[in-house]
Unconditional design. Structure first.
Length: 419
């Protein structure tokens, strides 16, 4: 991780300044960035614009990071874009100090921006990777900036308090633009947003409670909040571009947008949910929405069915806070390690669980084995499985399922039943 925008600016120059060839919207925040980015792009596309969405991280394939009109690039297209960005990076690296070089995220961002020009997009919705002030995506000049929420994350780099983190994210706000603020913004972050917007003559817009989401394909109350924010951000851009708003287009986008790895129900026996929540705020949102996708058939008893938890967490996350929200729902837990050098050891998770009075746990470092054991246990006990704690964990499990040729439920909002 190397902060600063100088490498990206040099990359853009080498590539012919692709970031100036189309309009942009930047999405900042702690949680909900990817979902909100997808939703804004879908709304704009439904209004007749050729749209790109730049996302991070990916679950299974790097190609997931760039969508044009909702579709991943073909492998050859993606390879050409990476090759071109690699060429630019090699030129930039020659101009840097010996211990400096273009990072992977900078290369991916440059490749995406270059490809957007080749794809002739009208507008790109760009999700920031980390922070805002020095994030590689901040070479763009967005007409609308979105802040979903602010929580304690990456405190080593962004600062120890929510106020510090909000300052780092909102440093990316451009003068005389629009700032769309999410419903979950805490008071300290809101104070920073209002001050920074005032200093930069930026207009603040917020979701309107009266706006009905309609039939939203992505389940969960948190996704309804994300869509409300996406709507007001997209409206701001469309109005600024002189494009009439169409209610049918908003409904079309709501019904079409699907977010893999977020409250994703596998139509399986036992019912299994994958969710990339990786901090307490996201986990609490997951817990609140879990009943929407795990329901009992009519006429069955309403008591809580046994839940098998599969949890893997990175070592810079608040694992104790996540466990405090998840363990009261769980009958048994399998602690595992996401495929990352920063994975928290399963034994550390088990120790934290014991401190919270939870003893029914198994330590299994290999995610696929932990997942299989949890599914077997849930099938025997008439329960369900929840795998969460890290995007890396969810990506690993989805990759394993696809490699094994296991049938997954078609994307949608169908509910599974706990037997």
């Amino acid at each position: 991780m190397r902060f600063g925008l100088e490498r990206m600016r040099r990359m853009m120059t080498a590539l012919g300044s692709p970031e100036r060839s189309f309009d942009t919207i930047q999405v900042l925040g702690t949680n909900g960035k990817s979902s909100t980015t997808r939703m804004i792009a879908a709304i704009l596309e439904a209004h007749g614009l050729r749209t790109a969405a730049y996302l991070s991280p990916h679950l299974v394939s790097y190609r997931e990071r760039l969508l044009v009109d909702g579709h991943e690039l073909e492998q050859e297209q993606f390879a050409v874009a990476i090759d071109r960005a690699t060429w630019a990076a090699s030129h930039v690296n020659h101009t840097l100090e010996e211990d400096d070089h273009v990072t992977q995220f900078e290369l991916l961002t440059a490749a995406a921006l270059w490809q957007m020009v080749r794809s002739e997009v009208d507008v790109a919705v760009v999700e920031a990777g980390l922070g805002g002030r020095y994030d590689a995506t901040s070479v763009i000049e967005p007409r609308v900036t979105v802040l979903t929420n602010v929580g304690l994350e990456h405190t080593r780099w962004l600062g120890p308090t929510v106020t510090d983190i909000a300052e780092e994210k909102l440093a990316a706000l451009r003068p005389n633009t629009t700032l769309a603020l999410g419903e979950d913004l805490v008071a300290s972050a809101m104070a920073v947003a209002e001050r920074v917007a005032g200093e930069r003559d930026a207009r603040i817009v917020r979701p309107r409670p009266a706006d009905a989401v309609g039939a939203l394909r992505a389940p969960g109350a948190f996704q309804r909040r994300n869509f409300a924010l996406a709507r007001v951000a997209a409206e701001s851009y469309l109005q600024g571009a002189g494009i009439p708003l169409r209610e049918q287009a908003f409904a079309q986008a709501a019904a079409a947008t699907y977010v893999a790895g977020r409250l994703q129900l596998l139509e399986d026996d036992p019912p299994t949910v994958l969710d990339g929540a990786h901090n307490p705020h996201a986990v609490r949102a997951l817990v609140a929405s879990l009943p929407e996708v795990l329901t009992r058939p009519a006429g069955r008893a309403s008591e809580q069915a046994p839940l098998a938890l599969v949890l893997g967490v990175l070592d810079d996350k608040d694992a104790a806070g996540m466990l405090a929200a998840l363990l009261p729902l769980s009958a048994r837990a399998w602690f595992t390690a996401p495929p990352s050098a920063r994975a928290l050891p399963p034994a550390a998770l088990a120790s934290l669980a014991r401190q919270l009075g939870f003893e029914q746990s198994v330590c299994e470092p290999k995610p696929a084995q932990a997942f299989a054991q949890a599914r077997n246990w849930a099938a025997e006990h008439g329960g369900a499985v929840l795998a969460t704690g890290s995007v890396y964990l969810v990506g690993e499990l989805l990759g394993q399922l696809r490699a094994a040729g296991e049938a997954l439920a078609p994307p949608g909002v169908r509910r599974s039943s706990i037997a």
